[in-house]
Design a protein around this ligand. Structure first.
Ligand code: F6R
Length: 357
C-alpha cells in the first residue's frame, strides 16, 4: 500500500536506505560477515567468465556489476542486452556462468536466453526481487534482492538492490579467492545507506532542480565517465520513461563525437562527477557544453566538488557511488514528470513486467 504517499514511485524511492540495510542483514552470516550461499559461491569461483544478461534498468545495474566482478574479484565479465543475445551470441568461454538480473523474474527477453543456456547445459544464476518467479525457478541458483514489492513501473529500489547484491556477491567471491581487498564492504554499505537517506531527505532541493532545468526542456542529456557513465544511462532512462522528455545518457568523452551538435541555448545537461580519476575530464566536458549555451547541472561527490556545483553527494566508497548518484536522478525525474502532470506510476505504453519478446 502506498499509504500517505501520492505515488508508489516516491514511496519506493524513500524505501531505498532501508533496502540497503535489509540487504546487509540478509547477506550477513552468524558471525556478522557478508556471505552468500556456498553453492553460488562455488559456481562463481569456478567460472572463467560471467555473462550478465538483462534488460532496461536491470541491464544498467549489470554494467556496474561487471565493474565489481572485474575490479574486486578479478573475474572477466560480459554484459548483454537480453533481446540481442539470441542472435548476437558472443563466443563463449570454456566455463561460463550466466547471471540473469531481473526485478520481476518474468521478462520474456531474458527468459528466452535462459532457456537457450539451459539447453546447452550451462549453469545459471538469477538475481531477482521475486521468489518463485519464472527465471528464479528455471535457473540453478537465485540471489534475492529483498527490496519488497516494486509497484511503480519505473524501477528505483530494485536497481539499488541489484547494485548492492552485485557488490556483495563480488566481494564475497573475491574474499574466497584470496584477493587483496582494502575495504570493508559491510561498513561501506552502511555508510552508503546513510548517504541515500540524506538524498531522499533533500526532496525540496531536487524538486527545485527539476524546475530549474527541465521545466521547459524538450530534451536532456546525462553525461559521466567510468562508472558514472552507467548511471547516466539509468538517469536518462528514468527521465524519458516517466516525464516523456527525450533524454540520452552517454560517456563524457563521446560528446565531441556527435552529440554536442544537439546542444543549444538552454539545453539541460546533467553531469555526474563522483570519480576523482576522471573529475577533470568531465568538468572539461561541462565547459564544452556550457560554451555552447547548455544549462549544466553538476552533481559531484563531496571531496571532489567545486564551487558552482549544483548538488553535492555525501562521500561514499568510490565503487559504491552508483547507489548514491542515482537517487537525485530518480527524484529529479519524478518531479519533472509531476510538473508535467504525467502518470508517474503508470507511464503510457509501459508495463511493469514485459512478458512478451
Ligand atoms: C525501467 C524499467 C525497465 C525494466 C526492464 C527489465 O524503469 O523498469 O527498464 O528494468 O523491463 O525488467 P526486469 O528487471 O523485471 O527484468
Amino acid at each position: 500500500e502506498k499509504g500517505t504517499y501520492p505515488h508508489y514511485m516516491l514511496k519506493e524511492i524513500d524505501e531505498q536506505p532501508g533496502v540497503v540495510r535489509k540487504i546487509i542483514q540478509e547477506y550477513s552470516d552468524a558471525n556478522g560477515e557478508l556471505s552468500i550461499d556456498e553453492n553460488i559461491l562455488a559456481a562463481l569461483k569456478e567460472a572463467d567468465r560471467l555473462y550478465i544478461i538483462a534488460a532496461g534498468t536491470s541491464y544498467h545495474a549489470g554494467l556496474i556489476g561487471k565493474q565489481y566482478f572485474e575490479k574486486i574479484a578479478g573475474i572477466p565479465v560480459e554484459v548483454h542486452i537480453s533481446s540481442e543475445f539470441g542472435y548476437n551470441m558472443p563466443l563463449l568461454s570454456k566455463k561460463p556462468l550466466f547471471i540473469f538480473i531481473t526485478q520481476s523474474g518474468e521478462t520474456a527477453d531474458s527468459r528466452q536466453v535462459l532457456v537457450k543456456v539451459k539447453e546447452k547445459g550451462y549453469p545459471a544464476l538469477t538475481i531477482t526481487n521475486v521468489p518463485g518467479s519464472t527465471l528464479s525457478r528455471e535457473a540453478d541458483f537465485t540471489l534475492l534482492l529483498h527490496a519488497g514489492p516494486e509497484i511503480a513501473v519505473a524501477s528505483t529500489k530494485a536497481y539499488v538492490a541489484q547494485v548492492a547484491v552485485l557488490a556483495i556477491a563480488s566481494f564475497v567471491t573475491a574474499q574466497s579467492l584470496g584477493k587483496d581487498i582494502d575495504f570493508d564492504l559491510k561498513q561501506e554499505l552502511a555508510i552508503t545507506a546513510n548517504a541515500i537517506q540524506t538524498l531522499v531527505d533533500s526532496k525540496d532541493e531536487l524538486e527545485q532542480i527539476a524546475e530549474d532545468y527541465l521545466k521547459v526542456a524538450r530534451n536532456a542529456f546525462f553525461i559521466g565517465r567510468n562508472i558514472d557513465f552507467y548511471v547516466s544511462l539509468e538517469g536518462a532512462l528514468k527521465l524519458k520513461e516517466i516525464s516523456y522528455i527525450q533524454a540520452e545518457g552517454f560517456a563524457g568523452g563521446e560528446l565531441k563525437h556527435g552529440t554536442i551538435a544537439l546542444i543549444e541555448e538552454g539545453t539541460p545537461v546533467f553531469a555526474l562527477a563522483t570519480q576523482e580519476q576522471v573529475a577533470l575530464n568531465i568538468r572539461g566536458n561541462v565547459k564544452e557544453v556550457v560554451a555552447r549555451g547548455a544549462n549544466a547541472c553538476i552533481i559531484a561527490m563531496e571531496g571532489i566538488n567545486e564551487e558552482g556545483d549544483r548538488l553535492v553527494l555525501p562521500k561514499v566508497h568510490t565503487l559504491l557511488t552508483p547507489l548514491v548518484s542515482v537517487i537525485p536522478l530518480q527524484l529529479i525525474s519524478y518531479y519533472a514528470a509531476l510538473h508535467r502532470r504525467a502518470d508517474v506510476d503508470k507511464p503510457r505504453n509501459l508495463a511493469k513486467s514485459v512478458t512478451v519478446e
